[in-house]
Design a protein around this ligand. Structure first.
Ligand code: URA
Length: 300
């Protein structure tokens, strides 16, 4: 069932790359397609029980995002309107988690057996990191930043004198952007989200910020920076990195994505650039900074 959906979405994507703007679908086909999506979403929702940081939060009986009609131009519906319930942070976060993990759009894009990935961390965090989208390890575990880039991010947070549990970590997008599958049925590699995918997911990012109310945001990499600062607001990340911007009324520091630091050449020059951005974050957050921390990655 989901294989058929994947074949269909891959074909639509292919047509889009050839310049096709619309395809005509008969009413009977639409009815059949909706039924498949409904059954598929329910099946994935049942298998989509991620181990989130705030595991004690109930995931039941929460409202779902308002379902919007299909957009005429894109492959995704217009961005969802997220309405959060009243209540404390944990209640509102649990409701949002349920919206995201039950959203039929996200579920229809998650590969069979893989998870939609929602933000995780401390709901009282001062600092919220925003990455790009889940990768291979994240869509298995249902947690953001748990693969190699996540392990490096955890070290970066540690270098700041914090633990992962002190901060909140989210992504611009909640499902792994799809690429055609290899012969073995696996997705090899990642692609950055399209602007349409980011626009669809942004209301969920805003809602997480509304709930957590961090004192500041850190955008990791170009995709997160474009999503938060505005599409087309800069050409190269160098233009905006290391400077304070703003998103949703919160100060926003832009830095490189951990994947940039993992890519050869792996050297202290790149690490120092990121570290200087994080020092600015630490200063703003009034975190203690030792002389040793100030001099991290200065040697060649
Ligand atoms: N890269 C990201 O941007 N986010 C993740 O969750 C993992 C890798």
């Amino acid at each position: 069932m989901r294989t058929a959906l994947n074949v269909l979405t891959d074909e639509l994507r292919r047509l889009k790359t050839t310049g096709t703007k619309s395809v005509s679908v008969s009413e009977a086909s639409l009815v059949a397609l909706r039924a498949v999506i409904r059954r598929s979403s329910a099946a994935v929702a049942r298998s989509n029980a991620p181990a989130f940081a705030a595991a004690a939060i109930s995931r039941t009986a929460a409202p779902v995002a308002a379902t919007a009609p299909k957009s005429k131009t894109g492959l995704l519906p217009p961005p969802p309107k997220v309405v959060l319930p009243d209540g404390d942070k944990a209640t509102r976060w649990a409701a949002l988690l349920a919206m995201v993990t039950n959203d039929p759009v996200g579920l229809s894009h998650a590969r069979p057996g893989k998870k939609v990935v929602f933000g995780a961390g401390n709901l009282e965090a001062q600092i919220m990191f925003v990455g790009e989208a889940p990768g291979a390890e994240e869509e298995i575990q249902g947690e953001p930043f748990v693969g190699p880039e996540g392990q490096l991010l955890t070290k970066m947070i540690g270098a700041m004198g914090l633990k992962r549990a002190d901060v909140y970590i989210g992504n611009i997008m909640n499902w792994r952007p799809e690429l055609p599958l290899s012969a073995s049925g696996a997705q090899v590699g990642n692609r950055p989200p399209t602007e349409e995918e980011m626009r669809y997911s942004l209301p969920f990012v805003r809602a997480q910020i509304e709930i957590v109310q961090p004192a500041m945001l850190v955008a990791l990499g170009s995709t997160a920076a474009h999503g938060l600062l505005g599409f087309g607001s800069f050409k190269t990340l160098g233009e905006v990195r290391g400077k304070w911007g703003e998103f949703g009324g919160k100060p926003l520091m832009v830095t490189y994505h951990p994947s940039y630091l993992l890519r050869p050449p792996v050297d202290n020059r790149k690490k120092r650039l990121v570290w200087e951005d994080l020092l600015k974050v630490m200063e703003r957050a009034v975190l203690p900074i030792s002389d040793k921390q100030r001099s991290f990655f200065l040697e060649k």
